[in-house]
Every structure is written in C-alpha cells, then in structure tokens.
Design a protein around this ligand. Sequence first.
Ligand SMILES: Cc1cc2nc3c(=O)[nH]c(=O)nc-3n(C[C@H](O)[C@H](O)[C@H](O)COP(=O)(O)OP(=O)(O)OC[C@H]3O[C@@H](n4cnc5c(N)ncnc54)[C@H](O)[C@@H]3O)c2cc1C
Ligand SMILES: *[C@@H]1O[C@H](CO)[C@@H](O)[C@H](O)[C@H]1NC(C)=O
Length: 447
Amino acid sequence: MGRSVKVAVIGAGISGLLAARELKREGHQVVVFERYNRIGGIWVYDPRVESDLLSLDPNREVVLGSAYLSLRTNLPRPVMSFTDYPFRMTKGTDSYFPGHVEVLEFIQNFAKDHGLVDLIRFEKDVIRVERVDESRNDQWVVEWRTRVNESEWEKDSEVFDAVVICNGHHTTPRVAFFPGFEKFPGRQVHSHNYRVPDPYKNEVVVMIGAGASTYDLCREVSKVAKEVHLSSRAPDAQVSRLNDYPNIWQHLKIVDVSEDGTITFEEGSSVQADTIVHCTGYSYDFPFLKTNGIVTVDENRVGPLYKHVFPPKLAPYISFVGLPQRAMLFYTFELEARWIAGALSGKFRLPSEEDMLGDTEAYYRKMEEHEVGKQHTHSIFPLQHDHHDWLAAEVGVVAPSDRLKKIHGHILTLVKMQRDNVRDDIDREMKLEDEADRTQSWYLGEP
Ligand SMILES: Cc1cc2nc3c(=O)[nH]c(=O)nc-3n(C[C@H](O)[C@H](O)[C@H](O)COP(=O)(O)OP(=O)(O)OC[C@H]3O[C@@H](n4cnc5c(N)ncnc54)[C@H](O)[C@@H]3O)c2cc1C
Ligand SMILES: *[C@@H]1O[C@H](CO)[C@@H](O)[C@H](O)[C@H]1NC(C)=O
C-alpha cells in the first residue's frame, strides 16, 4: 500500500465521482464537496433558467444545468463507458444514444455501486482553495459556505493535503459580442438557458454557433419557429439552406445589428429577428482557486497544466479532472483520476517540475505553429487518440480498441449532426457491425 493522503474533491459530477472512486481505491481519505443536494452535474435536468437569459448579470442566481429537455448524448454508449463499468443498452431502449435521464441513472448507479455517496458533503459551495503556507504545496485550506436561510450563509473550512478540482465547465456562458450587440431590441438568450422550444413559437430566430448542440437546437426550434438563421464565424461556414429543412438557413458571422432588429450577415444578406440565441459555449472558471498566479485562465487556456491535469509547480497536490474536450470524455476523465490517485500514493512517478513545464510549453508552441488559438488548448481532436493511448500507458489500462477509435473519429467528423437522423444512421451501422462480429464488443474493457 502506498502513501495515503487526505484529499478534497470539488464537485460531484462524473469527474468528481471518478476522482473519488480512484482515490478511495488507492487508499486515500476522500471528502467530496458538492454545491447542490444531488450528484450528476450537468446531467441533472433543471427546468429553471436564470433571470438574465444571457447570464451576464453578476447578481443573478446561477443555475448549474445546461441540459435541455430533449437532450440525447452525441457520443454512443460504448464511448461513454468506463474501463470496468459498461454503459449498456437498458431494457426498452435500442439506441446507442441515450437521453439525459438515462445518463443520470448510469451515473447514479456508478456512484451507488462504488459506495461513493457517503463520501459527499452536499450543499457545500466551495469558495476558497488556498495554500496554508506559500512555502509548502501539501497543505491546502478548503473553505465553503452553506445556506442557512434566504439571506444568510454560514462559512467553514478544513485543511487537506491535496485538492482535485472537478467543478465542470458548462455553467459560465461565453457570449458573442457582435457589432450592434446592445442595439438589438429583441430577446437574447444563451443556450445555457434553453430548455424547450415553446418560447420561440412563430418567431424569427438567429442562432450563433457551430457545435453539436447548435445543430440539435436549431432543428428543434425550426419545428415551431417561423424561420431559423444559423450564423457561424467558422472558416468552413456555409451560406445555404440546411439540407432537408425548409426554414433553416446558414449564414456567415453577424456584421451589423440595427435598432429595428435587422441583422446583417457577412455575406450581405439580412433578416429581421425576434430572438438571438447564443450557442457559443462556456468558459473555464475557478473562482475559488487562489494560487497567486501559478494557475491562470487566459483566453480559456487553463495553464500551465501538464497533460491538462497537473500544474507543474503544485503537482501532485493540485490537479484537475474533466478539462479535455472533443475526446472520449468519460474514458479520459477515468484515466486522469487514476493517474492523480496513483501520483499521490507514489504508485506513479511524475516527471520533474522542469520537465512537466517543458512538455507543456512544447505543446503550446506546437499549437502556435499550427495556428490553433489558445481557446482551443483543451480541445484535443484530432489528436485525441494519441492522448488516450498516452494516458492508458501511463496508468496501465487497456487503450480503446480500434473499433471504438474508429467510431469516435467518425462521430466527431459528423459532429454537426446536420440531419435529424444521424444518430439513427449510426445506430443502424453499429448494430449491423455487432451482428457481423459478435466476438468483439463495442464496450471498453471487454474482449
Ligand atoms: C448540453 C451538453 C451535452 C453534452 N453531451 C455529452 C455527451 O453526449 N457525451 C459526453 O461524454 N459528454 C457530453 N457533455 C460533456 C459533459 O460536460 C461531460 O459529459 C461531463 O458530464 C462533465 O462532468 P463534470 O463532472 O466534469 O462536470 P459537471 O457535470 O458540470 O459537474 C460539476 C459539479 O461540480 C459542482 N460544483 C461546481 N462548482 C462548485 C463549488 N464551487 N463547490 C462545490 N461544488 C461545485 C457542480 O454543482 C456540479 O455538480 C455534454 C455537455 C453539455 C453541456
Ligand atoms: C436567517 O438566519 C439568521 C441566523 O440564524 C437570523 O438572524 C435571520 O433573522 C434569518 N433571516 C431570515 C430572513 O429568516
């Protein structure tokens, strides 16, 4: 048995639960702090939206949830399994792309089956993580607040040897400030505050963005709205009607907005819109983390971080689970959690501070050479499989099979899911392959 330390985990979403499981398995003493009274993070559907639909008002009450009522996964179950805990088809369903209710059940079962719920202190909002004494990295004070009643909070704190940060990154919206932003007389909403299409009935809606959920939402809204206009500043943005949809048009970025609600796009066309929906993503945000500048968030780059997990100067006592995007997320988070637990116990050796920093800087340089913006630091596609393989070797677990890698790459290139039935097509394809080759499962960790 290696060294056992006292660790605080911040957040009881899937990242925090994975961290708790691995830390516990490795013999550490674990306390998980969760702001709300339930586990599951973004997979808990919350019908409430924020009072400021763009989430800019600093005094608004923050709603964690970003899940919308019709949300289905954009990765298939085998890609959302853990190495020893498959996310199988359940009775009565036959799609590889479950809805959010089923994902939450999967997470809840995972927590129950691994005895994690007892490790969680609910309704504790962490407000400060700071070194007790700047001359040493293995003592951290965690301060939290608990609500007493409508107007009062109670604060308390405790000292830990290490802190694993798993607070998610789908709660602090990024808004597009296009020319004329303040002049728009209609409603502006961030997709963080989108739940159902009803409010958009008979409206002309402009949606900004080009991610998977942008396309999901625009198709859903188009069924009740008069028109939907998608606007994207992506280099491959198209100007055309969207295939199969009579009332969805694609445009380049917004270049002007006037007081009467007319929105002009870069290609020269314009529409008069009732509502603008920003599907423009989220920012990494760690308001509680006080490191005196050792870890910063700069244009959405959290850094410097060795392999998206350890700040070289504070490793292994401060670590992050859940930062990478456009990877096999659940698998990546599981391996990150194992790596951290083993680094703390002494089972895995980390490189020297200097070498970790060198590796991180080399990664940043490579991004620059390829003209990839800082804001994409944690979006690891198309190199996700190199990263998966590297992590797997580091912690000694099976790397994803070629079959899984193939389907993941395939899906990420289809990420726009521009048609309603892309999920059905992939379902059909995967089922056919399953039937053709019953000896090889799609799920991780199975032959
Ligand atoms: C709309 C949408 C669709 C998605 N679809 C997929 C998909 O199909 N497949 C996939 O793999 N991934 C998908 N994702 C990515 C998703 O983020 C990950 O699947 C995963 O759920 C992230 O888990 P997490 O634990 O890192 O963060 P979260 O789920 O955000 O959990 C963070 C937890 O930390 C708590 N917390 C935060 N701050 C504090 C604090 N200061 N003190 C105490 N507690 C705190 C929060 O209350 C929350 O419970 C999707 C994300 C979104 C937004
Ligand atoms: C909230 O609790 C505090 C401390 O117990 C008390 O002094 C205060 O009156 C309470 N406020 C309300 C609005 O109930």
